[in-house]
Write a protein that binds this ligand. Structure first.
Ligand code: 4AD
Ligand code: MG
Length: 467
């Protein structure tokens, strides 16, 4: 075969220099045609769009032609010609074809229209579908948008550790990391496990959040963000929870809760705008296939100011809804941790736009949040989104050493693990704030997918760590 340098299909479909000799490589999506000619839809993952390869059967070896089947990987040298049909502008008249990898009829993606549940069982192959190609390209673009946003604002990308000895959220949902022999655990007289001989010389786990280390960095570099994997052993089998998910956590010295809300709103709008500007082919596909309201919802979030509302007022609205006959699965009362149905009621039914709920009861929030004068609430902020519920959780941080220590004691958090964190409040403490955006929750919103297992390549959930 003549050596012609490869053109990606995304670039080829933009070209108009018809007559040019090109090479494309990719996987056969479909093949149809007649006894004389075949039309092969070829995809190389660079775009959701296929290029049509026209194969004049008389010009090719019969045995080779038999191998052009759905899923096969081929290399095509050909001439770029103007397409006669409606679809794309350019197609390829094949001159030479090489089979790089044949694909027999046991290939599970023969036909279109598999259920998302089935595709989860073949997560190793699902990137080859239109749907997952689209989702994964959007995932990449969102990661780019996030780095661009913070970089342009002068934030530094800070790498918090994955293995840690502290439970940031204090929810006891950590996966333990150990090299101990689980069949022969050393215990002390009281029967507690001895960690002295474990790899780190103490009990260690996978992090649930990079925030605590992020705060150390923010009180040195001014403004930082983390962007990495986080792990939670919460046994919640919901369409919005993963055991392994990615989180973005900005932390800013001198920001109060208002600055924090402004940053969150600007950030999330920037990401949504970026998606519309850079991923519109993929978004249109997902809009048409799964969620006819997707593009409209993305545009409407950009237009609206987010509602900002204290938790207490939010609960009053929900209680009124119940009094007026609205049925929730879980009870609402002041002090309750809101369920996603409550959050979505506020966003979708009551205000019809995103809501930032603030000043939650301290009992349902983490130890590090700044305490309000009322002695009951903390300066927390959750950003609630249509179809998702909580997409961001954050707060102004307690910067007062004594108040923080009192709270740590009240919540019975082991102080010896916290000495380094408390040093930030001892040595030049300052007001500061931050939040965490769940990357997959953002992707749920931007792609319109209904299940968080479908916006990460290999989901980790209870009873599932295949692939
Ligand atoms: O509200 P969370 O627990 O807040 C924190 O971890 C803080 N340390 C953040 C901070 O202030 N720096 O989690 C933050 C976000 C949630 O709003 C949600 O979007 C996402 O992380 N999240 C999950 N996403 C997928 N699966 C899970 N199990 C998640 N738990 C939280
Ligand atoms: Mg939260």
């Amino acid at each position: 075969m003549e050596k012609i340098s490869r053109t990606k299909i995304v670039d080829l479909l933009k070209r108009t220099d018809f007559g040019a000799k090109v090479n494309v490589k990719g996987w056969v999506r479909t093949r149809r045609g007649s006894k004389q000619v075949s039309f092969v839809a070829l995809n190389d993952g660079s775009t959701i769009n296929n290029v049509q390869v026209v194969v004049d059967l008389a010009n090719f070896d019969e045995e080779m032609l038999k191998l052009i089947t759905t899923g096969a990987c081929i290399s095509v040298n050909g001439t770029m010609v103007e397409s006669q049909g409606s679809g794309q502008k350019a197609e390829i008249q094949a001159n030479e074809i090489e089979i790089l990898g044949a694909c027999d009829n046991t290939y599970p993606l023969q036909k279109k229209g598999h259920s998302l549940e089935f595709l989860r069982e073949i997560a190793h192959l699902r990137p080859r579908t239109n749907t997952f190609g689209a989702v994964l390209r959007i995932r990449h673009h969102m990661a780019m948008a996030i780095h661009r946003f913070f970089h342009d604002k002068g934030f530094f990308y800070f790498h918090s550790p994955i293995i840690t000895a502290s439970d940031c959220e204090g929810a006891g949902q950590m996966f333990q990391v150990t090299t101990m022999n689980l069949y022969d655990l050393k215990k002390d007289e009281e029967g507690s496990i001895k960690y002295d001989d474990d790899f780190f010389g103490k009990q260690a786990s996978l992090t649930v959040s990079g925030q605590l280390e992020g705060e150390l960095a923010a009180t040195a570099l001014g403004a930082i963000y983390t962007f990495g994997p986080t792990f939670r052993a919460e046994n919640s089998n919901t369409p919005r929870h993963l055991a392994e998910f990615w989180m973005i956590e900005p932390e800013v010295a001198f920001n109060d809760i208002i600055d924090n809300m402004n940053l969150a709103e600007e950030f999330i709008k920037y990401c949504v705008q970026w998606a519309l500007d850079n991923c519109i082919d993929d978004i249109k596909f997902l809009n048409d296939m799964f969620d006819k309201g997707l593009i409209e919802r993305l545009e409407s979030v950009l237009k609206e100011d987010f509602v900002r509302l204290p938790y207490t007022e939010g609960v009053a609205i929900l209680e009124k809804a119940v009094a007026d006959g609205h049925k929730f699965e879980f009870p609402v009362f002041w002090g309750a941790d809101l369920a996603s149905e409550h959050e979505r009621y506020l966003v979708e039914t009551h205000f019809k736009r995103p809501v930032i709920l603030t000043d939650y009861p301290k009992e349902i929030k983490a130890f590090y949040m700044k305490q309000n004068e009322d002695g009951k609430t903390v300066r927390a902020m959750d950003v609630l989104f249509p179809k998702i519920g909580e997409i961001i959780g954050g707060s102004e941080r307690e910067s007062d050493y004594n108040k923080l220590v009192t709270r740590i004691e009240e919540m019975e958090i082991p102080m010896k693990d916290m000495w380094w964190y408390l040093d930030t409040r001892k040595f030049g403490t300052c007001p500061h704030s931050g939040f965490g955006l769940g990357f997959e929750r953002l992707l749920l919103f931007v792609t319109g997918m209904a299940n968080i297992r479908d916006v990460i390549p290999f989901p980790r959930t209870p009873n599932n760590a295949e692939f």
